[in-house]
Design a protein around this ligand. Structure first.
Ligand code: ADP
Ligand code: MG
Length: 289
């Protein structure tokens, strides 16, 4: 039996074991959630006189695709920004994997494994798709892991670069955009750019991904592919929290849904719960149901 290959899996986030361990105990929230990745408690964000997030509390179960919905201005993006360290909350607490991460800087939050996608910045649009991936911020855990796997060879740096390049190609291949490797990011279609944004986020070794309107401006066939990738990644153990306007899509693809309205969490539950919740139907679904 080989004794060298057991502990050298360089992708802890891809391990299914993660989902069965480390349940957060003794905290508030829906009891039916066995293993919580992200929990916010009484999160509040004020901008001057505007209360964008108004004492919101919710939890996201590990390994799920959870939807965050609500009308424009409900506070969804602000919640994402508070959770990922882009904004400092006015009050409240953010827990990730049971650890208080409130107020950490974005890179520190990302290093914990909690990552949101970002639009490709202007500078990066002038670079190729492959360059965009090569420049994706690397988590320190990943770097530490590489180091521990490599003996002290002189060409450690070269080996690291080779490894990064390999991972980038694997990622391009996974998203079926390898043919676009040398294309400038600015020339991609809206949907292709969303794939690239997700690919960049994945290269930071996340455990949980926050996607803010990932399907906006994406044509139906690319949307279908993006969804397939998200489900494939979920099977590998990743957790998703997705803001999306298309109710049918959310109902069809999310196991749990959180509804925000005027900065507050109106309700949360399974798609069936949400569909039958009168408050939600009135506040959000309007006359459509
Ligand atoms: P959603 O993403 O659900 O559409 P947002 O979180 O973007 O909602 O916005 C919630 C509220 O906070 C809105 O009233 C919005 O105008 C306000 N808001 C968001 N960001 C800022 C900001 N940087 N400065 C002032 N007000 C903001
Ligand atoms: Mg928004």
């Amino acid at each position: 039996m080989s004794d060298t290959e057991v502990e050298t899996d360089p992708e802890p986030s891809a391990s299914g074991a993660m989902r069965d361990s480390g349940a957060v105990e003794g905290e508030t929230g829906p009891e039916e959630l066995a293993d919580v990745s992200l929990r916010i408690e009484n999160l509040r964000k004020e901008f001057g006189g505007i209360v964008a997030v108004d004492d919101a509390s919710f939890a996201v179960e590990s390994g799920t695709i959870t939807g965050l919905i609500g009308p424009n201005g409900a506070g969804k993006s602000t919640t994402f920004n508070c959770v990922t360290g882009v904004y400092e909350p006015t009050a409240g607490t953010v827990y990730f994997e049971g650890e208080d991460i409130t107020g950490l800087a974005p890179h520190a939050v990302a290093n914990k494994g909690l990552v949101r996608t970002f639009q490709i910045a202007r500078e990066l649009r002038e670079m190729t798709v492959l360059e965009n991936l090569m420049l994706a911020p690397k988590g320190q855990r990943g770097e530490a892991l590489w180091r521990s796997l490599l003996p002290f060879f002189r060409n450690e740096v070269v080996e690291q670069e080779t490894e990064i390049l390999e991972r980038c190609w694997e990622t391009l291949d996974f998203f079926e955009i390898d043919h676009l490797a040398d294309e400038y990011a600015k020339n991609l279609s809206g949907g292709q750019r969303k794939l690239l944004e997700l690919a960049r986020a994945l290269l930071t070794d996340p455990e949980m991904l926050l996607l803010d309107e990932p399907f906006a401006g994406v044509n139906p066939s690319l949307e279908e592919r993006l969804l397939t990738h998200i489900h494939d990644l979920q099977e590998e153990g990743y957790t998703f929290l997705i803001v999306e306007h298309d109710m049918d899509l959310i109902m069809q693809h999310c196991e749990r849904i959180i509804v925000m309205h005027q900065g507050k969490v109106l309700t949360e539950g399974t798609p069936a719960d949400i569909r039958s919740d009168e408050e939600v139907i009135e506040a959000y679904l309007g006359g459509e149901v």
